[in-house]
Ligand binder design. Structure first.
Ligand code: KIV
Length: 272
């Protein structure tokens, strides 16, 4: 029997207006961090295709493959058996209905994730979401800035600033709810619009760079802890600087000044 502390029945009801606390979701890509998160109050783990940027060093998430998502998602599952996991379907794997269904079912089954996330709300995406939810695969939607479409969008920026764009995103949110999504990520959506969407849906919205009038927040854990050299996006103020800390520690170790470590290495080395 499942040990999950969260499930789609609870998630679907998790609206701020119904008195629930904001949902907290963080990305995670590896076994050890998953083990740590498994012991926290975090509601949801996202194995995001942002792993392409922060783990694999790709320029965009467009390069991420389904096999990579399976490997990282399986590692997180092993580390966090009690957490509800959302796994991204990567670019291009759900552009065609039949191929999308096959890829999604395979990723769901092999990675043992609890749900999948698809970007956008095109006719084919809506059709796949409807079929997946009817088959028993929970799906999270993702609209606003959809990084897999960065080439078509022409960059990373806030969405929903014009009347046309507002109308389109609101309509997409409603269609995703109708198709069966249990929650929707609003990425870089103008905050007034994020509130309007949140008010008009019965399922929760989870924002990233979309203000606070949403039912939950998601952040890339590497941005939150600042594990990399580059500054995180401006909507994420890091709570640490792990990059500098690790750099200082390794520099100190390499300078051979850390006699304690060297003594330990000598003392505890194996003799054959
Ligand atoms: O891949 C990811 O990390 C995401 C979040 C930014 C929502 O999709």
């Amino acid at each position: 029997m499942s040990k999950l502390k969260m499930n789609t029945r609870k998630l679907r009801k998790n609206k701020l207006r119904a008195g629930f606390k904001p949902l907290q979701m963080l990305t995670c890509y590896d076994f050890q961090t998953a083990q740590l998160l498994n012991q926290t109050e975090l509601d949801l783990i996202l194995v995001g295709d942002s792993l392409g940027n922060v783990i694999l060093g790709y320029d965009t998430t467009v390069e991420v493959t389904i096999e990579e998502m399976r490997i990282f998602s399986s590692a997180v599952r092993r580390g966090a058996p009690d957490k509800f996991i959302v796994t991204d379907m990567p670019f291009g794997t759900y552009a065609i209905y039949e191929e999308g269904m096959k890829a999604a079912l395979e990723l769901f089954q092999k990675s043992k994730t609890d749900s999948l996330k698809l970007e956008g709300a095109s006719q084919v995406v809506l059709k796949i979401i409807k079929s997946l939810t009817e088959t028993g695969v929970p799906v999270m939607g993702h609209i606003g800035l959809t990084p897999q479409s960065v080439h078509e969008l022409g960059g990373y920026y806030t969405h929903g600033k014009t009347e046309d764009s507002k109308k389109l995103i609101l309509e997409q949110a409603r269609e995703l709810e109708k198709a069966g999504c249990f929650a929707i990520v609003l990425e870089c959506v103008e905050k007034g619009l994020a509130k309007e969407i949140t008010d008009s849906l019965s399922i929760p919205t989870i924002g990233i760079g979309a203000g606070l009038a949403v039912d939950g927040q998601v952040l890339v854990i590497n941005d939150l802890l600042k594990t990399g050299e580059m500054s995180p996006p401006k909507f994420c103020k890091p709570i640490s600087d792990l990059y500098s800390l690790k750099k200082d520690l390794i520099t100190k170790y390499l300078s051979n000044k850390n006699q304690e470590i060297l003594n330990d290495l000598e003392k505890n080395s194996l003799h054959h």
